[in-house]
Design a protein around this ligand. Structure first.
Ligand code: NAD
Ligand code: TYD
Length: 353
């Protein structure tokens, strides 16, 4: 019997597809509706395995479209929302900030308004869960303490500014309208199904094809890396046990300077591809730095550990190796993503049924 109808936005993206896999399989009693616009970052092929499951539905739609979102909520009367849909790549936000404002801010407000409209008067057992990023806290110096939930927001890219705006609005709906919300801010995710514009899949693909590895600046920036399935389990835990109105920081306690991480990747790739030691590292090319490039992100995840008992379960060496293997074994996936063929899947599988 279905006990809850949950809207997951952005479920065809990197993290969303892992979350949908987890929820559809783990909770047959939940009906999961995946709403996704299928931008360049949305790939329904990531969800092939669960496509036919009775507790899963996909709806193609744009959260920027207020009337559509209102109608969707009226029709489906969702009990809960897990909101991941976003424009997510910093470099794209530098090239074209507008889309980030429309999707990340206006789209989030459209969802908040629609949830409020159907939940008004009965907020019990309802939840609007907003998935966000550690980038809203800004940039740390090497000696600074990691970000806490209480760290003041200081976003410095159009991407992080748009996510910060959406976080503030979600919290404002809690305080002003009593909308039951929870927010999490997570560090850099890595793993299968990530669009190859982000550092790791891009570099794996480039090494495989013996193309240059464009390292921004001197490669001295530091990121905290978390295996994507661990992020999905954190979302699961916060969704079920998080306190309303609260924020949870999620991280891997796993900081890497870019250049060290890239050198490690090169070593693994040499081994996996049977290339001479040092061959992949020769592809490293230092290029012009990203504008406003945040120096360091680091997360203090003690709140989620102490209050909810969540910890990353996958050790970095294992997750990293698993990730490299996945991209090497899924050559066809990479090819379809880089040629654009994946974008035909919706039409072929859904429209021609
Ligand atoms: P992604 O870019 O891989 O996926 C985003 C998904 O949202 C895509 O499927 C896309 O089609 C969809 N989408 C975009 N605009 C839409 C719109 N207007 N209407 C409906 N759907 C739309 O992103 P991701 O890396 O999976 O990130 C998911 C969420 O997690 C984002 O909110 C991001 O800010 C947050 N986050 C990401 C990371 C990370 O390392 N990737 C870390 C922390 C938080
Ligand atoms: P990215 O994967 O874009 O994530 P974010 O900017 O959200 O942290 O980049 C991770 C780090 O790698 C970041 O410091 C920028 C750097 N980077 C490069 O040096 N070269 C690249 O081609 C890319 C995409 C990123």
């Amino acid at each position: 019997m279905i006990t809850r109808k949950i809207l997951i936005t952005g479920g065809a993206g990197f993290i969303g597809s892992h979350l949908i896999h987890l929820f559809v399989k783990k909770y047959p009693q939940y009906h999961i509706v995946n709403l996704d616009k299928l931008t360049y970052a949305g790939n329904l092929e990531n969800l092939k395995e669960i496509e036919g499951k009775p507790n899963y539905d996909f709806i193609k739609g744009d959260i920027q479209d207020e009337a559509f979102v209102q109608q969707l909520f009226k029709e489906h009367n969702f009990d809960a929302v897990i909101h991941l849909a976003a424009e997510s790549h910093v470099d794209r936000s530098i090239a074209n900030p507008h889309e980030f404002i429309f999707t990340n801010i206006v789209g989030t407000v459209n969802l908040l308004n629609a949830a409020r409209a159907i939940w008004e008067g009965n907020m019990e057992d309802r939840l609007f869960y907003h998935v966000s990023t550690d980038e809203v806290y800004g940039s740390l110096e090497m000696e600074d303490e990691p970000f806490k939930e209480t760290t003041a927001y200081d976003p410095r890219s159009p991407y992080s500014a748009s996510k910060a705006g959406s976080d503030h609005l979600v919290r404002a709906y809690f305080h002003t309208f009593g909308l039951p919300i929870v927010v999490s801010n997570c560090s850099n995710n890595y793993g299968p199904y990530q669009f190859p514009e982000k550092l790791l899949p891009l570099f794996i693909n480039n090494i495989k094809n013996s193309r240059p590895l464009p390292v921004y600046g001197k490669g001295e920036n530091v990121r905290d890396w978390l295996y994507v399935e661990d992020h999905a389990t954190a979302i699961d835990m916060i969704f079920h046990k998080g306190t309303l109105g609260e924020t949870y920081n999620v991280g891997g306690n796993n900081e890497w300077q870019n250049i060290k991480l890239i050198r490690k990747l090169c070593e693994i790739m040499d081994r996996k591809l049977g290339r001479e030691e040092g061959a992949s590292a020769q592809l490293i090319t230092f290029v012009k730095d990203r504008a406003g490039h945040d120096l360091r992100y680091a997360i203090d995840a003690s709140k989620i550990r102490n209050e909810l008992g969540w910890e990353p379960s996958i050790k970095f060496d294992e997750g990293f190796e698993r990730t490299v293997d996945w991209y090497l074994e899924n050559e066809e996936w990479l090819k379809r993503v880089t040629t654009g063929d994946y974008q035909k899947y919706y039409e072929q599988q859904y429209l021609n049924r």
